[in-house]
Design a protein around this ligand. Structure first.
Ligand code: ATP
Length: 899
């Protein structure tokens, strides 16, 4: 079969639904066959937006050679060749090549990690293939696919609607219009604007209500979103705040280094050094001292951190979120499924004058009434079961061995209860086919359905007790239906409240029979009774909450559930105390109407109950006004604004809608609260690690500058040679810095207060620490040369080469050992610090020692670096000086003179 002529379908909204199907060679019932879909995919390509051109490995390699540093080194090499220092010239070229190779691998790895991360966050699509609805990665959707979408789903391609029921979408991403748009199947004029094409779905928009089917017309870059993306494609990916900070800070360093270099250069010339020699030394120092690789190492640390979090079921979608996580100081979390297990079971039943705890056992198909058996087979009891089966969109099946379930866990709990009784859910559903539905929403807290029953109609409704009671005018008492007086209403509310206090989630169930098919059927209902559910807390949550407390992170529960149920669970989890007050949604006002007293009260309330999504926005605004960094969980379509507004929007991977997952910064695959705490810990750790290698690199580089500056200014008898400087940097910078980037969390990382959002990586205190560290390294190293001279070689006069060699090796070893100073935690024994326990640091140390010994053992390298052999006594001095610098830095740190 030929491919359909997609390019010619320019105005699909003007074509009627039958013709569009035939033009795209598709069938609305059976969809495409998988072989045909694969064939189309190979022609049209993947359905994805190319956000920016992929950088080819070759380009990454070339980029390594386009930098001021390579230019500087090339000048140095040129100078060497000009003065016929052939060995030096070739060695500098080798340095350029080695640097480029290291840079290439780091950048390539960073690109790779970012791509792996993008894959983790891809959205699935439901399509009809081979007559079945299946879920496929949205990249594989092709023109002609029949797309099935419902409330909360992201639309993954441009498609023409062919079936719609109560179907609404939010197209604000494309049109800027935030009101939902009603969708239908009617063909339109050719010239209607995008916002008025009510029979089209567009990639990147989402379904707010109802459901529908649509035939895919355009995918990937040919969609409307693709066209917009093409326009903005040139814009490069924005750097995260942390990366920006590092870039700015690297720029500052350039000027400091240039200043120092000028001093070194002038002092050298005044002291009679050759200009060429001083030029080369300055270039080598410039290349060594300016940490041009910092931003990429930082990106790598962030990207690795994200990949590591993915292993713990936390998908972080933006690099910048990792940094924000480290500073999070309030978590606003919902209850159901995040703090509790979401294994909801019916555990209590109440009709007119009888109440009992119940125990549902699907394997025996039995419901045990623990306190009171008189409930069974009363008319209200039968009605409760019928409503439970009918007012329900979940599915449950048990074949005697395994259970299959899908949908809202509360509704699954209800189906299990009905399944364990005499009449099975499907029998109820067959007898009363559904004709209309008012879906559950966390705003109304009610769900209702309309069913046909022979010639009549039956209305089934369930929901939060106080809400549903407002739609009830009568109640079932025994065999009778009597008016629901105010007194009776009050009594039902008191009963529900009492049960909620024991942690049960209580729902009311009501019904009505009618002759007519009504459009608005939610009125004059008859209350049948109450059912209570248990949803046990997750066992790991109390420890996670405890950890938050010691980490200075406030945890607030915000739930749609009843205040008493919420408080009971909060107390069980250690989130609230008996005397704490629960804030009711009714008592919450929009943010701009809050008085100072209200704000104060909100800030000290641990539990907010019966809350609707807009209350979440007010609460975030308040916290943010107080300069707090807010992590907020959410799962529904209505939670999207709050998820966007929070500093870290956290969506649930299992319960969450696609929209919530799309707008969130982070998705919890296991929905668990403890994963949030884990992510915060990882965020803090990554920030710490970046800080560690920045401080390490800067103090090493500064120590080199100080040594060369001292030798030049004081006109000492020895100096470091340019190639030696380059070698030290190759050996001691890369491996330890990368190893520091993957250090585990420090022992007390969660007992520290969160970083404030303004914390810079290197503040004044850290600058002075860097200065102290590098001065200690410089002094002990120069000291080593004098000691060796005085003790061992005084007779021989100043042996420049030997002095230089001692300086060279003691600097290498001091820098290698300096990595162990990079734990910033106070009062932790040396061997218990996270750096000492990081096996990669040990690999790096051993690797660096081997590399430095190559310079000693391998003759050509030794010649290039001007290294000569000397005796074991000198080696002892070198090693003693390196350990002395480690010891002194440990001393100043432990005496708390510096950080
Ligand atoms: P959280 O916000 O912590 O997830 P929640 O799940 O209780 O808590 P919602 O899902 O908004 O929040 O539910 C609010 C209330 O609506 C519940 O307490 C219950 O009374 C009622 N409710 C929940 N699910 C249904 C449902 N499927 N049908 C009818 N009413 C429901």
């Amino acid at each position: 079969m030929n491919l359909p002529d997609i390019d010619n379908i320019k105005t699909p909204w003007a074509i009627d639904d039958k013709s569009i199907l035939s033009q795209l060679h598709a069938d609305s019932e059976s969809g495409l066959s998988s072989t045909e879909a694969a064939r189309r995919l190979s022609f049209v390509g993947y359905n994805k937006i190319e956000s920016s051109k992929r950088v080819s490995p070759f380009r990454i390699l070339i980029n390594q050679f386009i930098s001021p540093f390579v230019l500087l080194l090339t000048v140095a090499a040129g100078l060497s060749f000009f003065f016929e220092e052939w060995l030096d010239g070739f060695a500098i070229i080798a340095v350029i090549v080695i640097n480029a190779i290291i840079g290439f691998f780091m950048e390539f790895q960073a690109e790779r990690s970012m791509e792996a991360l993008k894959k983790l966050t891809s959205v699935p699509a439901r399509v009809v293939r081979d007559s079945k609805i299946i879920e496929i990665p949205s990249e594989e959707v092709v023109p002609g696919d029949i797309l099935f979408v419902e409330g909360g789903d992201m639309i993954t391609a441009d498609a023409r609607v062919i079936q719609a029921s109560q179907f609404q979408t939010d197209e604000s991403a494309l049109t800027g219009e935030s009101l939902p748009v009603e969708k239908n199947t009617k063909a339109l004029q050719q010239d209607v604007s995008l916002a008025e094409r009510h029979n089209m779905l567009y990639k990147g928009t989402f379904v707010t209500k109802g459901n529908g089917r649509a035939i895919v017309v355009h995918t990937g870059m040919t969609t409307e979103l693709g066209a917009v993306a093409r326009l903005v494609q040139q814009a490069s990916q924005a750097a995260t705040p942390l990366e920006k900070k590092i870039q700015q800070f690297s720029k500052k360093l350039i000027w400091i280094t240039v200043g120092l270099l000028i001093i070194i250069f002038i002092a050298g010339i005044l002291n009679g050094q050759k200009i060429v020699q001083m030029l080369e030394t300055s270039i080598a120092l410039a290349v060594a001292a300016i940490p041009e690789g910092l931003p990429i190492v930082a990106t790598l640390a962030l990207a690795f951190g994200m990949l590591r979090m993915a292993k713990y079921n936390v998908i972080v979608k933006k690099l910048s979120a990792v940094e924000t996580l480290g500073g999070t100081n309030v978590i606003v979390t919902d209850k159901t499924g995040t703090l509790t297990q979401n294994k909801i079971e019916a555990a209590y039943m109440q009709v007119y004058n009888a109440a009992s705890r119940i125990n549902v056992d699907v394997s025996k198909a039995s419901i045990r009434f623990i306190d009171n058996n008189t409930l069974i087979d009363t008319p209200a009891h039968i009605e409760l079961h019928r409503i439970a089966a009918l007012c329900n969109t979940a599915a449950y099946h048990y074949d005697g061995q395994s259970e299959k379930e899908s949908g809202d866990p509360l509704e699954v709990g209800l189906l299990k209860m009905v399944f364990s009784s005499a009449i099975k859910p499907e029998d109820h559903q067959k007898q009363f086919p559904k004709v209309d539905e008012i879906p559950f929403s966390s705003d109304t807290k009610i769900m209702a359905t309309l069913h046909k029953n022979n010639q009549d109609y039956y209305i089934a409704a369930k929901g939060a007790v106080e809400e549903l009671l407002t739609f009830c005018s009568s109640v079932m008492e025994g065999n009778e239906i009597v008016a629901l007086t105010d007194d009776k209403r009050k009594q039902w509310l008191i009963n529900a409240e009492k049960q909620a206090q024991s942690g049960l989630r209580i729902l009311a169930f009501a019904f009505r029979l009618t002759k007519e098919k009504e459009k608005d059927f939610l009125h004059h209902l008859t209350l049948a009774g109450l059912i209570g559910f248990i949803d046990p807390p997750r066992p790991e949550v109390p420890a996670a909450i405890e950890e938050c407390k010691s980490a200075g992170i406030k945890v607030v529960m915000i739930t749609g559930d009843h205040p008493a149920t919420a408080k009971n669970i909060a107390i069980q989890l250690g989130l609230a105390k008996e005397e704490d007050e629960v804030m009711h949604g009714n008592a919450m006002k929009p943010y701009d109407q809050l008085t100072d007293a209200d704000k104060e009260k909100w800030l000290h309330t641990p539990v907010f109950a019966r809350v609707s999504p807009e209350h979440k926005l007010s609460l975030i605004t308040l916290f943010q006004e107080k300069k707090m960094i807010v992590g907020m969980t959410g799962d529904g379509v209505n939670d999207a604004p709050a998820l966007k507004k929070a500093d870290i929007g956290i969506a649930m991977g299992q319960r969450g809608t696609q929209v919530a997952q799309e707008v969130a910064d982070m998705v919890l695959k296991d929905d668990a609260f403890s994963s949030i705490v884990l992510a915060i810990k990882q965020g803090r750790m990554i920030f710490d690690n970046i800080r560690k290698f920045v401080i390490f690199l800067l103090s090493c580089n500064l120590s080199e500058l100080l040594i060369v500056a001292t030798a030049s200014v004081l006109n000492l008898h020895f100096q470091l040679f340019p190639l030696q400087i380059l070698f030290i940097n190759l050996v001691t910078d890369v491996l330890p810095a990368l190893a520091l980037g993957v250090t585990e969390a420090a022992p007390h990382i969660m007992q520290r207060k969160p970083y404030s959002s303004e914390t810079s990586i290197i503040n004044k205190k850290r600058w002075s620490a860097i200065f102290v560290y590098s001065s200690i390294i410089a002094v002990t190293n120069i000291g080593a040369v004098f000691v060796s001279h005085e003790l061992l070689h005084d007779m021989e006069g100043w042996n420049k080469e030997l002095c230089n060699n001692i300086l060279f090796y003691s600097l290498i070893f001091s820098q290698i050992l300096h990595v162990f100073n990079m734990s910033f935690e106070k009062g932790v024994a040396f061997h218990k610090t996270e750096v000492f326990r990081n096996k990669y640091v040990w690999f790096a140390v051993v690797g660096c020692i081997i590399l430095s010994m190559i310079s000693y053992w391998i003759i050509p390298v030794r010649n290039v670096l001007d290294v000569t052999i000397y005796g074991w006594r000198d080696w002892i001095i070198v090693i003693a000086a390196s350990f002395l610098s480690l010891f002194l830095i440990q001393l100043v740190k432990r005496m708390r003179w510096v950080i």
